[in-house]
Ligand binder design. Structure first.
Ligand code: ZN
Length: 435
């Protein structure tokens, strides 16, 4: 196996050379001469940091988005813009839209979407992923019952199966993994509830440059059991507790999707009732007040927030919520102060897949419009980075999962942008090198 020598990195505030061999960091020293057959990368003083791990993404949905029409903000803000966009779509067959938000034209029905496009089947996904809207032709092709009004809730799997029949998505998956490596990502957790062993193997095969692990449903033999809460149709509390207990019985921790305060309280109360096990997780936990945080701490739950939504959706959050709610959104600083275990996920494609957007948002809590939400919950760039690198350290003997920036950390820490990524290294192999 070819070794890799990274010259002139900024590490621990010093100028050092780092050699990677057999997938590990093998030597760190001031001046290392290259050996025969060794690949050499000159970082010219750029920072060397641990590679990034996106702990909550949806790879297939990301790939599918590559052949989808964006139907939501900031590009689309009203129904006439959406109508025009859909009508301009060239080609035949399905039009697949994503990113829709009800601020555009409310809850969509088949008859409304028919007024925009009638001659082709259309499906539009709400940006939360909780519902798909169809026009009449699309609803008919999907075999939806007539009383559905063209709305399909949380049945991504059915839609996905349909989509894969049309299109295998393998090329798009490659593109997705290449884009991730160009941002410094080497590891992801796919959080799609329907994941099974087959889907995981498919993802791992078609994203060779990133390491993929998954949470999922009963068809997944290892990893977290993903459970979804929607506050407008919460499950029976006892049944939900039984599901958690059943998962724990087969040695699988749970990962509960919860966003609103009601959902978070429901999730935490259920775990409190059943008892938690190591690695039980809360996905998003967007609205987390301090009284609930206390329970999260007591139960030793792991939390996976998505601060990138503060940037992307923050202006909408401000319009829709009371100040005390805004104060409880993604309280990352408070969680860290309590010693709650945290990692960050982008929730791409529902959130921006660029991890640096999330890192930056964790430090400045700034919305796209420039407002700041919960400034007291902002954290330092080093702490934000640590939440994305799962606390990994660069030392001799550690796995060589690294990112080389083109600037020293003292400069990069005030920029926090993926455009500073020079190279990405997975287990000693370059998976990305900027031209
Ligand atoms: Zn998600």
């Amino acid at each position: 196996m070819q070794s890799l020598l990274i010259k002139n990195v900024d590490l621990f505030g010093r100028r050092l050379d780092v050699r990677c061999r057999m997938g590990d960091v093998s030597t760190i020293a001031e001046h290392l001469g290259s050996v025969a057959d060794e690949r050499v990368l000159d970082a010219r003083g750029g920072a060397l940091i641990p590679s990034l791990r996106d702990d909550h993404v949806h790879l297939l949905a990301l790939a599918a988005r590559k052949c989808s029409v964006n139907c939501g903000p900031p590009e689309i803000t009203d129904s006439s813009q959406l109508k025009n966009k859909l009508r301009l779509e060239e080609g035949t067959g399905w039009i697949r839209g994503t990113g829709y938000h009800e601020s555009i034209a409310g809850d969509l029905t088949a008859s409304l979407v028919d007024q925009w496009v009638e001659g082709r089947p259309v499906r539009i996904q709400h940006r939360s992923g909780r519902v798909w809207y169809f026009n009449s032709l699309g609803a008919k092709e999907m075999g939806l019952p007539p009383d559905s009004q063209g709305q399909l809730y949380r049945k991504d799997e059915a839609v996905f199966t349909r989509l894969t029949v049309e299109h295998s998505l393998t090329e798009e998956l490659h593109e997705v993994s290449r884009e991730m490596t160009s941002c410094g990502v080497t590891h992801v957790t796919d959080a799609t509830p329907s994941n099974g062993d087959e889907t995981l193997a498919f993802l791992q095969n078609h994203c060779p440059e990133i390491r993929v692990r998954a949470m999922g449903g009963p068809e997944l033999s290892d990893g977290h059991r993903k459970m979804i809460l929607d506050d407008y149709r919460l499950p029976d509390f006892q049944e939900f507790c039984d599901l958690i207990a059943e998962s724990h019985r087969v040695q699988r921790p749970v990962a509960i999707h919860c966003v609103s305060k009601v959902e978070v309280v429901f999730a935490v109360s259920a775990l409190n009732e059943v008892g938690s096990v190591v690695d039980d997780r809360l996905e998003h936990a967007t609205e987390l007040s301090s009284d609930v945080m206390q329970m999260v701490e007591a139960l030793r739950l792991h939390v996976v927030p998505n601060p990138n939504f503060l940037y992307a959706r923050g202006d909408q959050y401000i319009r829709d919520n009371e100040p005390e709610v805004l104060d409880s959104l993604f309280p990352i600083r408070s969680m860290l102060a309590r010693g709650i275990s945290c990692t960050i996920g982008t929730d791409a494609p529902f959130g921006d897949a660029d991890p640096w957007c999330a890192i930056k948002a964790a430090t400045d809590r700034r919305t796209r419009g420039g407002a700041v939400i919960g400034s007291h919950e902002a954290i330092e760039p080093e702490d934000a980075l640590a939440l994305f690198t799962d606390g990994e350290e660069i030392k001799v003997g550690s796995r060589a999962n690294l990112v080389c920036l083109d600037k020293p950390w003292s400069e990069a820490r005030s920029r926090l942008t993926s455009s500073d990524v020079l190279a990405t290294i997975l287990e000693g192999h370059l998976t990305y090198l900027r031209e």
